[in-house]
Structure formats: C-alpha cells, structure tokens
Design a protein around this ligand. Sequence first.
Ligand code: ASP
Length: 345
Amino acid sequence: MTARVLVVYTGGTLGMVPSAQGYVPATGLEDRIRSQLAGIAAVLPAYDLLELDRLIDSANLLPADWQQVGCVLQRHWADYDGFVVLHGTDTMAYTASALSYQLRGCNKPVILTGAQVPLGQPRNDAVDNLTSALILAADRRISEVCIGFRGRLLRGNRSRKVNSMAFEAFDSPNAPPLGRIGIGIDLYEDRLLPPGQPDFCTPDCDPEAVALITLFPGIPARLIDAALDSEQTRGLILQSYGVGNPPNADVAVMDALGNAIDRGVTVVNISQCHQGPVYQGAYATGAELNSLGVVPGHDLTPEAAFTKLHVLLGLDCPVDVIRETMSHPLAGDCTPIQAPGAQSS
Ligand code: ASP
C-alpha cells in the first residue's frame, strides 16, 4: 500500500488514560499507537501523527475547534492521500458535520473515529476502530467526511451518537451506511459522494451565533426570547414535534419566532423524531411556520443543522443566501421530500 495518511489527534477516549477523576486525555499517543499496531503494520498505509496542543475530552469542544481541525487538514491537504481525525465520541458528530461544510469540494477521505474504551485497556474498541479508519483513509474511492466506527462507515453530516455505552455508538438514522467493515471492506459506491474540486472555507465561528431549542409542552415564549437575546445570536435551530409542528395555539411563542425572523435571525426547523424529515404544511400547526419564514431543515440531524448554520454565519453570507442554503442539500446532508400529492415533472 503506497498511500500516506495523516492522523490528527484531538483528544477523546481512544487516547485517554485513567486518573483518580476518571479518564483524561494524555499526550504521547503516537508511540502508544505504533507499539499497538506494530504487528499489523504491513496491512496499514504509512501514517504520520499530529497531536493538537490542547487535547480535550470532546465535551469541551468549542466552535473554534472546528476551525482549528479544518485548518490543519487544509494545511496538509496536498501532502497526504487521506486523513484520520481521532476525536471524542461525545461531540464527534458535530465536528464531522462542521468539517463536511468546511471542506467543500472534498476529494480525499477524511475519517473520524474514536473509541468507547481507550487504547491499551482490556477489551478496547480503539485498536479495531483505528485500524479500520487507517485503511479507509487510504481508499481512493472515498472523497468525503465520514465517521468510521464499529464496522460501519457513515456519512459524517448524517451521523449521531446514539448509544453512550455500546461499542455501536454511532448511527445515521436518515441515511444508509456508506460501507461495512467486516471480514472484507464493502463500500457502497453508489452512495458515496463523487470527488469535488477543493474550495475550502474555515470561518471563525462565534460561539454565540447559533442557539438550539427543543420544544416541549408549555414552553414559555420568554425562553425563545432569552435564547435570542444577544445581537450575536443570528441563528436558531428549532426542534419541533413530528413532521415539524410547533404549538401554534400559543400566540406568544409564534410571535417570538416571527419577531426573531423579522430582525434577521435565521430559524431552521428540524424534527425531534429520531428518524424522518419535517414537512411544514402537513398540519395547520406546521403550515404557520411557512408564513413566518421558518426554513424547513428536511431530515438534517441537529448536529448538521447546527454546524451548517454556524459555518454559513461565520462566512458572513447575506441572510437570504443563508436561508436558501439551509433549505438545500450540501455535502449530502439531507434529502428534501416532495410535498405529498405533488406531481414529479
Ligand atoms: N467524553 C469522551 C469524549 O467525547 C467520550 C469518548 O471519547 O468516547 O471525549
């Protein structure tokens, strides 16, 4: 295998060590990896490892970290055939989504992985996930940002952490896997994105730019007002019920949303359901969001909707461009449904 892969280590369980307070990130991962993988080096691509200065438990992830990882990949893009990003599982889906929007026109594999049990611990999943990720990162058929975890290759911006304890920690509820890693490695090539022309953007994302609110019975309008209180907050991801329904009988709640949109906030509607899209108009409750100017986010995951809006706001796109872009697929992140009853042309 002649491919060369860059492994970027950001932190997370894979490289953690036990402490009196529980697992903590630890430096010096390269030596530990090389000794663990020494016996199977012949089947792996050549790789270099770059350890970030601030190794984190990914619960401490900030939007600035997406920019940092994106910039590292961009800086080394020409020097490697593929990339592995070692990341904590807690917020891996956010980073995978953010990278998919930063690395526009991606033409190489970027495989995020991590582990539920650290390298070197008994019964760990770290060696297996790392080995698979290295092999996948050298596969020229892949030209997109993916999560490779526990035998499955998933589109990064479709992925979610769905299990806090099981080795099968990730799923992509609204999109089928892109590949399976078993005895052999099967890629479903018809599902993979075609290679693009790199046109990367790694904007500075203001941590206050986007808020996320999950509706619940009796939600007070003042909670929405409070979330959008800062002038810096220019985007809201609204997780509504079912196919995108809000409590439209609550005039104050609807006014809070309408007023925000009128002053330039982009409000994107996604579903609280684990699977399925929003369709604003299936019910009169949801149809009201259309008249307010709420953008339907189709079947975007919360992580994809949140990071997509962050990246677009970070790029300072005009508000109409942001609203338009949020309602269309980008890097394979969503599937707009055709309105029931509409004729296909
Ligand atoms: N708390 C850890 C992290 O996200 C969990 C993990 O990596 O599995 O960094």
